[in-house]
Design a protein around this ligand. Structure first.
Ligand SMILES: Cc1ncc(COP(=O)(O)O)c(C=O)c1O
Length: 431
């Protein structure tokens, strides 16, 4: 049986895959099974901050695999303790405690459980509600999926978000949030992505984030940030929200992480702020609410996963890749904007988290029924550049943070070539 036949016969049809079979990677490059080379500006969807097969990551995996790969969380794991300190000190920059899991959805599940436990125990709310925002994406598990304010994600699974205790509000609407918190005493937390990735690289405004924090404190509501896609240098800062509000002004109560933290090795985490709460029924610090038996996982935080996490974060810090991402991302955006190309509109750029709006009207007639973003991403792939659609009208670039200016120039050259080709086609078909 060929691999193509195995894939058809034995894998669930839940992904709309490209017919591309990558077999090897190095830095920002990937080769497929026919030996064709691609420039990888998809980065596993924000997963590979150091590119493919970075020596520090390979060395960490190799050494740890030779030493101790897994023990149960019944025992104490040195690398887990070290990584938790790095997350508090060097990523969040705030005192708090972490729990390790395997993915972004799981990290968000942890935050959702924390919020509900906080609501029931500390706030005395029988059925706690959590606010999330339009166009959000928080993952595909039962909690994270219904927290996601996009019907295409949760529809068809038998419940409504409201039935499961989620309220929806428009993204970046501080007045709507104020009203909702005034009218709903059962709300115990808000969960927001500082930069929404899946729906088109849309950031919260500094004004919204500041006001949300003020309102949360006033109503004893937890401020939870989904940093799964935007952290670890992706947006030019270790903490994604600091690309929006620099410094220590924003102090989230909880954070979820995954993707880049493990350089592609499955690792996620959620973090809880060390802050005093009123809790008649138990611990009086938020970070101690989830006590023994309240949460757990078999694999999360294994010695192997945490060794990779430590190597990844330390390399980002040591090589100052946040500054590099800010600089090179800025250069890319300046170049793209400078084209004033008829087929692209707004370019949104935070470090190396870049999204550009497509001229939907011009591209749709060429796209053969596909969403313009999917159509363009396919064209770019054929031309040797891997990118990611973000919603129907935006294409995302999430390259490794250590790309060179030559990599950036090559990606821009391919994009320009493809756009110019399409523009010509569009002009001749409308003539
Ligand atoms: C912001 C955000 N949260 C959560 C998730 C879910 O992460 P995972 O696919 O690892 O479960 C994603 C994945 O794209 C994401 O972008």
């Amino acid at each position: 049986m060929t691999h193509d036949e195995q894939l058809q016969q034995y894998l669930l049809p839940n992904y709309g895959r490209y017919d591309l079979w990558p077999v090897r990677g190095e830095g920002a490059q990937v080769w497929d099974r026919d030996g064709k080379r691609y420039l990888d500006f998809a980065g596993g969807v924000s997963v590979c901050p150091l590119g493919h097969c970075h020596p520090a990551v390979v060395e960490a995996i190799t050494q740890q695999a030779k030493t101790l790969m897994h023990v149960s969380n019944w025992y104490c794991i040195d690398k887990q303790a070290e990584l938790a300190q790095v997350l508090s000190d060097d990523v969040a920059g705030i005192r708090g405690k972490s729990f390790f899991c395997n993915s972004g959805a799981e990290a968000n599940e942890g935050l959702l459980k924390l919020a509900r436990r906080y609501g029931v125990q500390a706030r005395g709310v029988a059925k706690p509600k959590i606010i999330t925002f339009s166009h959000s994406f928080h993952g595909r598990t039962m909690g994270a999926m219904f927290a996601t304010a996009q019907e295409k994600i949760w529809g068809g699974f038998g419940f409504t978000p409201e039935e499961l205790g989620y309220l929806r509000l428009p993204f970046n609407d501080a007045e709507a949030l104020e009203l909702a918190l005034d009218c709903n005493p059962d709300v115990v937390a808000i969960l927001v992505e500082p930069i929404q990735g899946e729906s088109g690289v849309n950031a919260v405004t500094a004004e919204f984030l500041r006001k949300a924090q003020r309102l949360c404190r006033k109503h004893q509501v937890l401020l939870l940030l989904d940093e799964v896609q935007c952290s670890f240098g992706r947006a030019g800062e270790m903490a994604g929200w600091k690309a929006i509000v620099p410094g220590d002004e924003i102090q989230p109560d909880g954070i979820s992480w995954a993707k880049a933290i493990g350089s592609g090795f499955p690792l996620g985490a959620f973090w809880v702020r060390d802050v005093e709460i009123t809790n008649p029924a138990g611990p009086t610090r938020l970070c101690d609410l989830l006590g023994p038996g309240s949460h757990g996982t078999t694999y999360g935080g294994s010695p192997l996963a945490c060794a990779v996490g430590l190597a990844t974060i330390r390399t980002i810090l040591e090589e100052d890749l946040c500054s590099h991402a800010r600089q090179i991302g800025h250069d890319i955006a300046v170049e793209m904007r400078g084209w004033n190309h008829a087929l692209i509109g707004e370019v949104r750029q935070f470090g190396l988290f870049i999204g550009f709006e497509l001229n939907v009207e011009a591209i749709t007639p060429l796209a053969g029924g596909k969403a313009p973003s999917i159509f363009l991403a396919r064209k770019l792939l054929d031309a040797g550049l891997m990118t990611v659609p973000a919603g129907p009208s935006v294409v995302r670039w999430l390259p490794p943070l250590n790309i060179t200016s030559q990599d950036a120039a090559e990606a821009l050259r391919i994009l320009r070539l493809v756009l110019d080709g399409l523009a010509q086609h569009s002009a001749s078909s409308s003539a």
